[in-house]
Design a protein around this ligand. Structure first.
Ligand SMILES: C[S@@+](CC[C@H](N)C(=O)[O-])C[C@H]1O[C@@H](n2cnc3c(N)ncnc32)[C@H](O)[C@@H]1O
Length: 341
């Protein structure tokens, strides 16, 4: 995600996505409360700069304390080593939305390591939470010439390469959580899924890619840089998500809940009342820059002005969206997992 708190400022879409997962998180937190561990550990996997963690984690804290208001709670925010953790801790310290405000006995910390490995001690996590993160793969399985997302490429083998890495990553994530969760512990995840007929997100991904092509044609990017601009993200189907459980690959974990639903589009909802196509374009372009910008410009030679390239991309993408306002159709999945006793 883009640093300097940029993701925090442009992630209201992701905040809308995670709302549907809050009842599952609440139910899981209540179970943890009833089991009554002396100290509760909550892990937030893929926290980014923390803005969208404040409400879910705050609610989870209150619920795990419902049977003992004095129960100490430690919250471990995890993300990649490159994450802007400074923005997260600044938010925790001074933002009115911080879950530390008005609560005591809360101990936040962070881990800058990939969650595809075991990053917390065995059996130490009571409640896990992950929102808007697990559609990011551990790397880009293949570079393609015809799209910024290999899952939408027509090139032979591209989709199969994506599906193979998605499967491998999901199994790695589950295996690591299986080690970290304490017996009876719960994990709630919300992230981009894949629809039963179409993948979803085609409209926005298509405009993003066409904006990159336009930049290449204007001389901002070389052909080789453009080829390497392949985002390491894709949605998973319900079958792909259930597979490790069905095949007995994670014997210590129970799949308690798995659903797919159409993602909300708060930008479109706002446009419905405002009719402001320019604002719709700016909102989408800023969000896409905050979430995908660093990954795309990583392909560009370091001697060039990455900020200028991203500014040009935002301008082109905003204009394309303003000229073609639509509701975005994409999918979210909700997953609830428990660890067997
Ligand atoms: C779109 S942000 C979501 C942030 C926040 N949870 C939310 O709901 O808005 C996805 C985050 O997942 C992180 N992420 C991606 N792959 C990861 C990995 N392998 N390990 C840890 N974090 C990862 C990214 O760095 C990014 O900060």
């Amino acid at each position: 995600m883009a640093g300097g708190g940029l993701y925090n400022r442009h992630s209201s879409l992701q905040n809308a996505n995670l709302q549907s997962a809050l009842p599952l998180l609440g139910a899981a937190a209540q179970i943890v409360a009833n089991e009554g561990p002396a100290v509760v550990t909550i892990a937030d996997y893929g926290a980014s700069q923390g803005r969208n963690s404040m409400t879910p984690i705050g609610r989870a804290i209150d619920l795990v304390r419902s049977t003992n208001p004095d129960r100490p709670v430690q919250v471990v925010h995890t993300d990649l080593p490159s994450n802007d953790f400074a923005s997260l801790f600044t938010l925790l310290d001074s933002d009115p939305t911080s879950y530390l405000k008005g609560r005591s006995g809360i101990f936040p910390s962070a881990i800058g390591r990939s969650y595809f490995d075991i990053i917390l001690p065995p059996g130490s996590v009571d409640l896990g939470w992950s929102s808007n993160a697990l559609h990011w793969m551990s790397g880009s399985p293949v570079d393609v010439d015809d799209h910024g997302w290999a899952i939408f490429s027509q090139e032979a083998g591209a989709c199969a390469a994506v599906d193979a890495l998605l499967a491998d990553d999901w199994l790695r994530f589950l295996t690591a959580r299986s080690a970290e969760l304490r017996p009876g512990g719960r994990l709630i995840c919300q992230f981009m899924g894949r629809g039963p007929v179409h993948h979803g997100f085609e409209w926005m991904a298509g405009h993003f890619w066409q904006s990159i092509v336009a930049l290449r044609e204007e001389g901002w990017l070389t052909a080789e840089e453009t080829r390497q601009m392949t985002a390491p993200s894709a949605g998973r189907s319900l079958e792909q998500l259930a597979a490790p459980f069905d095949k007995g690959r994670v014997p210590d974990l129970n799949l308690e809940h798995l659903t797919l639903f159409e993602s909300p589009d708060p930008y479109w909802d706002e446009f419905q009342s405002s009719g402001d196509a320019e604002r719709l374009g700016t909102q989408w372009a800023n969000m896409m820059r905050a979430a995908n910008g660093p990954n795309f410009v990583a392909a560009v030679n370091a001697s060039r002005d990455h900020n200028a390239i991203l500014n040009a991309l935002v301008k082109t993408l905003s204009a394309r969206i303003a000229a073609d306002p639509q509701r975005s159709h994409s999918w979210n999945v909700l997953v609830s997992i428990s660890k067997r006793f």
